[in-house]
Design a protein around this ligand. Structure first.
Ligand SMILES: [Zn+2]
Length: 321
């Protein structure tokens, strides 16, 4: 019996190997590290325990003595109000950190693919909203790529977020700035040896990229390296020292200060683009509406510099606080 491969396929259900009690302990430890439970509504620590959740006995309920409202371990987090138990959410997040596709996660957790898609969308979206805004300084590089991401039969959802009609977007576009059909541009800002910041762009115009650059890269004492694309011409006006390599002339790195190191290049961001490409590969058919949350999630993963269970802890910590 035990050697029957079909029997072995179904012998383990990962969901049932994970302990709910431990999951709630971890959430409480991350949410209230000093053990002092705080009311998510008014911030008061004048809180008493108030029984447990009806369906999840490990989920502690509380009553705030200041504002007299009731809450529990998951209130005001992305995990509240869903029918899947907390352990399923945590496992899902762990698999997302390992970059499994929705289909693979559904398989590992014995869940329906649509349920998993909904869960990963919620988690990715919340990580994107809550992730810290990177601050870059010293030596930074800027570059842009085009990522295939269609409207997937839902163009309204994309337009609603302030996107102009396609005809308008294409008008006046030229050269490399042309927004190809279903290939939105993504702007990447990276500090050499540091963090990255990713933004999906409406278009590649100076007035579009200026505010993104100015809120991310510290002015003064920062050298910004780009290629020769004209949208980067006004970097000195925006307060940055700017050096560019001319890819069109076959130049990829240049030693300008004569110390033997070719410091003028954009190899760091180009190396990052291949990481991003590999990261996105398992996820087929990402729509333009969803692309920003995939970018936000990977930006967080990259910048936190942790993998596996350490990454899971960082992700959970971000989501419950
Ligand atoms: Zn309160």
């Amino acid at each position: 019996m035990i050697n029957n491969p079909i029997y072995l396929d179904h012998i383990i259900n990962i969901k049932n190997l994970v302990d709910d009690t431990k999951c709630y302990e971890v959430v409480r430890k991350l949410r209230w590290p000093d053990g002092k439970v705080q009311c998510p509504h008014c911030g008061s620590s004048h809180v008493i325990r108030h029984g447990h959740d009806d369906t999840e006995p490990e989920r502690q309920r509380y009553n705030c003595k200041k504002c007299n409202r009731y809450f529990d371990d998951l209130s005001c987090t992305i995990f509240e109000g869903h029918h899947q138990p907390l352990r399923v959410w945590i496992l899902c997040l762990y698999f997302m950190g390992l970059n499994l596709s929705n289909r693979q996660i559904a398989q590992e957790l014995d869940l329906n693919k649509d349920d998993v898609q909904q869960m990963t969308e919620n988690l990715r979206g919340d990580v994107t909203v809550k992730k810290p805004v990177p601050k870059l300084e010293g030596e930074a590089e800027i570059d842009e790529v085009y990522i295939v991401a269609g409207h997937k039969g839902n163009p309204e959802a994309v337009k609603k977020k302030g996107r102009e009609g396609r005809r308008n977007r294409l008008k006046g576009a030229r050269g490399r700035g042309t927004l190809e059909k279903e290939k939105p541009p993504v702007l990447g800002l990276i500090q050499r040896g540091g963090d990255v910041a990713l933004t999906m762009l409406e278009n590649v115009k100076q007035e579009t990229i200026a505010p993104i650059i100015q809120k991310t890269i510290v002015v003064g004492n920062t050298i910004v390296y780009t290629d020769e694309y004209s949208i980067y011409d006004r970097l000195p006006e925006w307060g940055y020292e700017h050096k560019s390599v001319c890819h069109a002339k076959g130049e990829y790195a240049r030693d300008e200060d004569g110390d033997g190191f070719c410091e003028v290049h954009v190899n760091t961001i180009e190396g990052f683009w291949s990481l991003l490409r590999s990261w996105l590969r398992p996820h087929r058919g990402i729509s333009q509406e969803k692309l920003p949350s995939y970018l936000g999630f990977f930006e967080f993963v990259h910048n936190i510099r942790r993998r596996g269970k350490a990454l899971l802890a960082s992700l959970l910590n971000l989501l419950v606080n």
